[in-house]
Ligand binder design. Structure first.
Ligand code: DAH
Length: 340
């Protein structure tokens, strides 16, 4: 037995001689002290030892176990300290290194104007409704008093997806969806992307509009004018005035084109207003009775006004941008200038 014990001591010494990590040490420890380890096996064999030899054998084995446990504990302690030191030095950071600065983003000028418009109109009690960008012919044209053979269809070059489906050419399509689903009083604002086959310095195949619609008892053109005055003062400046010029849209009667007095020259005439003192900003009018009727609203009981403006156009006017393409190119040198 003594021989066996000596052998085990020797092989433990041998095994731990070059141990480098506490994980390997743990494995070695299991090999000897684990449930099926060599020392545990010897302990189990005690059953076969004659009773009179058991006390002395037991003593020897216990001494072996204690010796090996202590040995493992000492090495383990040493390895743990070493590993901790290594971890600290590996993870050491140089706090004097300058940090990497992530450049801040900024809101796109279109988003700035969209948010500003929503906030102005929300202040007047308008709620936001967003309609789908893929529309059918009915909502984009027919229900807006523009049947298939109507010449006004030529005012907008439409992208058709099929005979009936198209990319909406105007957010006005959303007016119909709202009126079909909601009883007056209605006061909604509908921002969104629209699409037309059109492309030059002031037109893009995709651009954004902001539509407004108010329907209630006793709404008149004066209400429209008052609301537009408020809008123009808030977005372009306190001294800005509006004027209405007769125009034509199939879904409004009467229809108007709305100009604001030039906020650059105060109306004297400059390059921005092309010497006229006025700048055209949007289309509007009283909702055509046929449109109301089509949506199940009695035009003898209710009247309404609607307006629609191009968000890019407002952004270009307000920020002095002369080419619409700048708003779609995503050039950060341009966009940075709008950082507040
Ligand atoms: N939908 C028109 C356009 O895209 C703009 C417009 C004009 C909207 C008059 C309206 C309106 O709601 O009343 O050219």
């Amino acid at each position: 037995m003594q021989k066996k014990i000596d052998e085990i001591e020797k092989s433990i010494d041998e095994a731990v001689k070059d141990v480098q990590s506490s994980k390997t040490l743990q494995e070695i420890k299991m090999r000897f002290l684990g449930k099926t380890g060599e020392i545990s096996a010897l302990m189990k064999n005690m059953r076969d030892v004659p009773p009179e030899q058991r006390p002395s054998m037991g003593k020897l084995l216990n001494a072996l176990r204690q010796w090996s446990e202590e040995k493992f504990a000492v090495i383990e302690q040493r390895l743990k300290e070493f590993e901790l030191k290594k971890k600290y030095s590996d993870e050491k950071i140089d706090v004097t290194l300058p940090g990497r600065v992530a450049p801040d983003g900024a809101l796109h000028p279109n988003t700035l104007i969209r948010n500003e418009l929503i906030s102005i109109f929300a202040g007047m009690g308008f709620e936001v409704f967003e309609g789908p960008e893929i529309e059918n012919d009915y909502y984009n044209f027919t229900a807006l008093n523009t049947p298939a053979d109507h010449p006004a269809r030529d005012m907008q070059d439409t992208f058709y997806l099929s005979k009936d489906l198209l990319l909406r050419t105007q957010t006005s399509a959303g007016q119909i969806r709202v009126m079909e689903n909601k009883k007056p009083p209605i006061k909604i604002l509908s921002p969104g992307k629209v699409y037309r086959s059109d492309d030059d310095a002031t037109h893009s195949p995709m651009f954004s509009q902001m539509e407004g619609l108010v329907v209630d008892k006793g709404i008149t053109l004066c209400d429209l004018k008052g609301m537009l005055d408020e809008f123009a003062r808030k977005i372009f400046g306190e001294d800005v005035k509006t004027r209405l010029r007769p125009s034509y849209f199939p879904f409004t009667e009467p229809s108007v084109e709305v100009d604001v007095s030039c906020f650059e020259c105060g109306g004297k005439g400059c390059r921005l207003c092309k010497g006229t003192g006025w700048i055209e900003v949007l289309g509007a009018g009283m909702v055509n009775r046929r449109v109301l009727e089509g949506c199940g609203i009695d035009p003898d009981e209710y009247t309404g006004f609607a307006f629609g403006m191009g968000i890019e156009r407002i952004a270009m006017l307000k920020f002095g941008i002369n080419n619409m393409k700048l708003l779609f190119e995503g050039d950060t040198r341009f966009l940075k200038q709008f950082k507040s």
